[in-house]
Design a protein around this ligand. Structure first.
Ligand code: A3P
Length: 300
C-alpha cells in the first residue's frame, strides 16, 4: 500500500534534515529559536493572516509535553463523536507552508489545529474568535529529558553536544520554541480563562479515562462510557507505538520513546536537580499552574 501523502511529506522533511549541516538546522527570530525545515520564516510570516474560527479544536503544548498523545486522543474523540476522520497531517500550524495555510483556511469546520507557539505568538484571530484552547503541560524535568533524546533522534534538529550542554541550553531558553518557563508563565495568566483548559501529562497518565472525558466535554463532543474506554485502550503508549508505523512511517520511535513519568531521575545530577528546583521556585512558586503540575510530587 502506498504511504499516505502526510507521511511522504514528513519523510521528505526528515530526508532533508539528514542532508543538511547541523549548524543550518536552526535559526533565530525575535530572540526565539525555530527549525529551518519545519517552521521557516515564510510559515511564521503567513500565520499573521491565518483565520482562526470559534469552533476550531485547538491544541497547544510546549515541545515534548505530550502533544502527539493528545492529538491522537482528540482525533479519536472527534471520530467517535461525529464520524468525521481528521486529516492525517500533523496539526501544528507553524509547520504549514503559506500554500497549505490557504488550503486549511478553506476546509470545513470543525478543524483540528495546534501549535507549540506561546500564547502571545498565536495568530490574533484565534483570540478575537475566542477559540477554545487545550494546553498540555508536563513537569519540566521529564520535558527536558524527552527533548534531549528528541534532538538526538530527529534528523531535522541538530544533535546535542552532551546532556549537560542541552540541560544548560534548556534552562537558558536556547532551544527550539524558547523557554519552557516563559511559556508556563504566559499560560499561567490564562488559568481562569473559560476558553482555555490546561491539562498535565501526569494527570493524563494517572487517569486516562477521566482525562479523555474532560477533553471531550471541553470541546463539546459527547462520548459514551464505552467510547471513552475504547479510546483509552487505543491511546496507551504501547498501542500508539505499535500504530506509529502507520502514522509516522519509519520515524515512530522518534516520537514514542518511553512514555513514563520520572525518567528524569536517570539523567539529572544533584546540581541540575537543584538548579531546576530553584528556577521553578523563582518563576512559578505559588501559581495556580504550579499547583496543577504537582511539582513537589513529580520532581522531588
Ligand atoms: P518520552 O520522551 O519521555 O518518552 P510530544 O508529543 O509533545 O513530542 O511529547 C513526546 C513525549 O510523549 C515522549 O515522552 C513520548 O514517548 C510521550 N508519549 C507519546 N505518546 C504517548 C502515550 N500514548 N502515552 C504516554 N506518553 C506518550
Amino acid at each position: 500500500m502506498a504511504a499516505p501523502a502526510s507521511i511522504k511529506t514528513f519523510e521528505s522533511r526528515m530526508d532533508r534534515g539528514m542532508k543538511m549541516k547541523d549548524e543550518e538546522k536552526l535559526y533565530k527570530r525575535d530572540g526565539i529559536i525555530y527549525s529551518t525545515i519545519m517552521s521557516p520564516p515564510e510559515n511564521l510570516d503567513a500565520l499573521k493572516d491565518f483565520e482562526g474560527r470559534e469552533d476550531d479544536v485547538f491544541l497547544v503544548a510546549y515541545p515534548k509535553c505530550g502533544f502527539n498523545w493528545m492529538v491522537a486522543i482528540v482525533k479519536k474523540i472527534i471520530n467517535a463523536s461525529t464520524g468525521v476522520t481528521v486529516p492525517e497531517r500533523p496539526p501544528i500550524i507553524e509547520f504549514y507552508p503559506p500554500q497549505l495555510q490557504q488550503v486549511v483556511g478553506k476546509e470545513p469546520s470543525r478543524r483540528l489545529l495546534g501549535t507549540h507557539l506561546p500564547p502571545n505568538d498565536i495568530p490574533e484571530s484565534f483570540k478575537a474568535k475566542k477559540t477554545k484552547m487545550l494546553v498540555v503541560f508536563r513537569n519540566p524535568k521529564d520535558t527536558v529529558v524527552s527533548y534531549y533524546h528528541f534532538m538526538n533522534k530527529n534528523p531535522v534538529l541538530p544533535k546535542t553536544a552532551s546532556w549537560d550542554k542541552f540541560f544548560s541550553d534548556f534552562m537558558a531558553g536556547e532551544v527550539p520554541w524558547g523557554s519552557y518557563f516563559d511559556h508556563a508563565l504566559a499560560w499561567e495568566k490564562h488559568m481562569d480563562d473559560p476558553n482555555v483548559m490546561i491539562v498535565t501529562y501526569e494527570e493524563l497518565k494517572e487517569n486516562p479515562p477521566e482525562g479523555i472525558k474532560n477533553v471531550a466535554d471541553f470541546f463539546s463532543f459527547p462520548l459514551t462510557e464505552d467510547q471513552v474506554m475504547k479510546i483509552t485502550k487505543e491511546t496507551t503508549f504501547n498501542a500508539m507505538l505499535e500504530s506509529s508505523k502507520n502514522s509516522h512511517g519509519n520515524f515512530g520511535n522518534v516520537f514514542f520513546r518511553k512514555g513514563e513519568v520520572g525518567d528524569w531521575k536517570n539523567h539529572f545530577n544533584e546540581a541540575q536537580s537543584k538548579q531546576m528546583d530553584e528556577e521553578f521556585q523563582k518563576k512559578l512558586a505559588g501559581t495556580k499552574l504550579s499547583a496543577k503540575m504537582k511539582y513537589d510530587y513529580y520532581c522531588q
